[in-house]
Structure formats: C-alpha cells, structure tokens
Design a protein around this ligand. Structure first.
Ligand code: FE
Length: 344
C-alpha cells in the first residue's frame, strides 16, 4: 500500500503528568490507531512510521512519563487508546490487574514470541528483552571473580557494591526472580547480604552505578545491559563505560535475569482491528530488526540477531523463567525490600 504523508507535530494534550507530545497524522482510508507510550519517541517512531508505510494506517501516539494507568482508568470506556507500550513486566501486569487491558489471542504473536515473554492469558506481550547484567571495575575485579547474582551477598564484597533503589521496577523484578528460585527465606537473607555490602545507600539510575564504579566509589553493580550500550555511544559517558567489564550472570545455571518492554491492547480499544495489526507488526521480523538496531535491546523474536554492539558482548544464556511468574512475586519482593530496610 501507498504510504500517506505524515506530519509529526507537538500538540498540547491535557492531563496527568503526560508529556504533551502527540504525533498527528493525516487521516487515511485505512483509518488510524491510538497509542499511549511510556517508551520515548526516538525509540519507537521509526517503527510506527514503517507500520504506516506498510499499512496506510495512521498512528497517533501520546508519549508519557507517568500517569498512564490513572489516565486509562479515568477515561474508561471513552478512552481513545487502542494500544499501550511500556517497559517492565511490573507496569504491564499493573495495567492488566487494573482491568485496563483485553486478551488478544493472536496466532502471529504466539508464533513470533517465545512463551516466557507473553501473558498466558494473552493480555501483554514482550517486544524487546533486556538482561540485568553485572558490571565490575576492570581495574579492581578479576575476570570470573564474580559470576552469579547470589555472589553479591558474599562478605568479600563488603562496601564494594553500588545499587539503585531496591524499589525500582528493575530491582523488584530481579528480587522477584530470586524469590521464585530460592524461596522467601533464602531470598531475604540474600537481599540483607547485598545491603550489607553496599558502599553507599541506594541512589541514582542504572548509569549512575557505572559512573560510581568509574569514580572508584564501588567495584560491582548490576544494570540493564542497554544502558552500557547507550553510554558507549555518548561522548560524555563513553570513558566511564570503558572502565567496567560486562558479566552475564549465572551462565552455569539458570542464566541471566531478563525483563521486557512490551505492549497490550486496551480494554476499550475503539480501533481494535488496527490495534491488532500494529501489535502483530511490532512483533514481526521487520520491526524487530529495527528495535534491535535502534535500541540496543535483544529482540524477543528469536529469528532476529541483536545489533553489532550486543554481538560483540557475546552470546549468553538467558533465564527463561516466565515473566508471568516473576510478576506473581513482585508484591512479595516489594514488602521484602521494605522489611530489610534496603533503601535506608
Ligand atoms: Fe530502562
């Protein structure tokens, strides 16, 4: 099909902490689909443009930093949203648990996406995968000196670890996986051991942990892998990124903990057919290839190779624990984090 002329504008759109950016497209015979996204415009607009070029369906995207769940709840049946995009299994399951999504049992999605990155009830689907890797100071930690998440609790790392907030979604998902694999008692003992090894109270984002290692504040941290890719491509952060070594954890066991960014169809999607086409497009080879090149994340569609940077890190074993199982332990992980006073 012919692609319509597209105009991306910044237009005001009210409400609830949402950034006021919206892509406005010409109306076409093929119709439109409305997207609410926590993912940044530069990460997904190329795929949306490819979708429109392919199908003639215009995509109206609203980009937000927070408030999506509340907004969908307030709009209820009047919501224009058809599809939501967000990172982290926690945010996807929160939307489902709030009754704001609907099941979409698509044969194409089931074919393109491995089972562990899909909701068994078809409410949410992974689009990209991220590994929570260990990073270690090249100068101060020998290769293979640490190889598992479990090792972080060992006394030899006393005052040598840096961590972001234990309540951040990425760390909650990792702890939820630890609870799944080891049980509550052992996971709590581990978390207390990690806390005892911190060089400073939890603070900053994932990149800040790499910078702290570069500054000599600590020797080991754990981050989502793509932050290192982004830092390596940033003139100001490249030097800090170069001071750390990547360790894919638990390679002789269950594999590295994985999380996703993903999508869901809203409960009241007014353009359901177009929503279905967009979701299937994003999981298919062409869009997955674009995701891999642009974002530095691992494609969830296993036919697609990761980008050159990720290939340079080497192949690794992923923990294939179903994200739905991780989601099931998130509440326990959050309470445990409070109980051990991780952030104090
Ligand atoms: Fe992130």
């Amino acid at each position: 099909m012919k692609s319509p002329t597209r105009n991306f504008l910044i237009a005001p759109l009210c409400g609830l902490g949402l950034l006021n950016a919206v892509a406005v497209a010409d109306t076409t015979a093929a119709g439109e689909v409305n997207l609410y996204s926590y993912r940044k415009p530069q990460l997904i607009q190329p795929m949306l443009a490819a979708f429109t070029a392919d199908t003639g369906i215009a995509v109206n995207a609203v980009y937000a930093k927070n408030g999506m769940l509340e907004r969908l709840r307030n709009e209820a049946a009047n919501s224009p949203a058809d599809v939501v995009l967000t990172s982290d299994i926690g945010r996807l399951t929160d939307l489902k648990n709030a009754g704001l999504t609907q099941a979409f049992a698509s044969a194409a999605l089931q074919r393109n996406l491995p089972a562990e990155v899909r909701d068994p009830a078809h409410h949410w689907f992974g689009l990209t995968a991220r590994a929570r890797i260990l990073v270690t100071a090249k100068q101060r930690v020998a290769r293979r000196e640490i190889s598992r998440y479990e090792d972080l609790a060992e006394p030899k790392w006393r005052r040598r670890l840096c961590s972001r907030s234990g309540k951040h979604a990425y760390n909650l998902a990792l702890l939820a996986a630890m609870i799944h694999w080891h049980g509550e008692a052992a996971a709590q003992q581990w978390l207390a051991g990690v806390k005892a090894n911190l060089a400073r109270s939890p603070q900053g984002n994932d990149r800040a942990q790499v910078k702290a290692i570069a500054e000599g504040v600590c020797d080991v941290a754990w981050i989502n892998h793509y932050y290192l890719y982004q830092m390596a491509n940033d003139a100001e952060q490249r030097a800090a990124a170069a001071t750390v070594r990547v360790v894919f954890p638990n390679q002789h066991g269950r594999g590295a903990h994985m999380n996703i960014s993903g999508m869901a169809m809203t409960k009241h999607a007014p353009n359901r057919d177009n929503a279905a086409r967009l979701m299937e497009f994003l999981a298919a080879d062409h869009a997955q290839k674009m995701y891999a090149e642009i974002n530095g994340e691992y494609p969830v569609n296993r036919r697609i190779e990761p980008n050159a940077y990720l290939q340079s890190l080497g192949a690794f074993k992923r923990d294939t624990l179903a994200l739905s199982r991780i989601a099931g332990q998130r509440a326990a992980a959050s309470k445990m984090t409070d109980r051990v006073g991780y952030n104090d």
